[in-house]
Ligand binder design. Structure first.
Ligand SMILES: Cc1cc2nc3c(=O)[nH]c(=O)nc-3n(C[C@H](O)[C@H](O)[C@H](O)COP(=O)(O)O)c2cc1C
Length: 169
């Protein structure tokens, strides 16, 4: 699909069929996620791929807004051992967010649907998901993408707002 069509079509999809996402599609999503930019090209990201029904259920139960039943969840996490030092550390959030957005766009291109479910900086959500995935201390889950074959097709929408643009002379 052309990039501009993908950008406009991307909407949060929260209902999915039971058809699994193939291994090949999952690899494509991850290729695109990891082609994102990161500060100093540190790439402080880790991706946790969940398809086991019990683990999917536990992730769904982690929060009020994470209830969407998808055959695939990809948890995007920051690796603090790979993050930049000192005051540059928090760039991991932007780096992982760029990877997450790439994932969402890639899903559209593959004919899949996806929804970003935020974790960080909600302490409890981070703790719950870390426990479910048995994450080490230095791994902080930023968010999870619920991904699958869409069972709904939200209308593309243009949110362009000229009032939010400030041409600096
Ligand atoms: C950081 C972040 C966290 C989000 N968390 C959730 C969430 O927990 N549950 C959910 O259903 N949607 C979540 N969303 C999706 C937003 O609700 C959605 O992007 C927004 O309403 C705009 O709709 P659209 O994605 O269809 O354009 C999140 C999006 C972002 C960027």
């Amino acid at each position: 699909m052309e990039l501009k069509a993908v950008m406009m079509k991307r909407r949060s999809v929260r209902r999915f069929t039971e058809e699994p996402v193939s291994r090949e599609q999952t690899e494509t999503l991850l290729h695109h996620a990891m082609s994102g930019p990161s500060a100093c090209n540190a790439r402080p990201w880790e991706f946790f791929i969940v398809t086991r029904p019990e683990t999917l259920e536990a992730l769904r139960d982690a929060g009020r807004y994470t209830k969407h039943k998808a055959p695939l969840m990809i948890v995007v996490a920051g690796n603090m051992k790979k993050a930049l030092p000192m005051q540059l550390r928090d760039f991991w959030i932007q780096d992982c967010s760029a990877a997450m957005e790439n994932l969402l766009l890639s899903a559209v291109d593959l004919g899949l649907g996806a929804c970003w479910e935020g974790l960080y900086p909600m302490k409890r959500m981070v703790e719950r998901v870390s426990k479910i995935l048995n994450l080490e201390e230095h791994i902080i889950p930023l968010g999870m993408a619920a991904i699958g074959h869409p069972a709904e097709d939200p209308e593309p929408r243009d949110q362009y707002d000229p009032k939010r643009i400030h041409w600096v002379e």
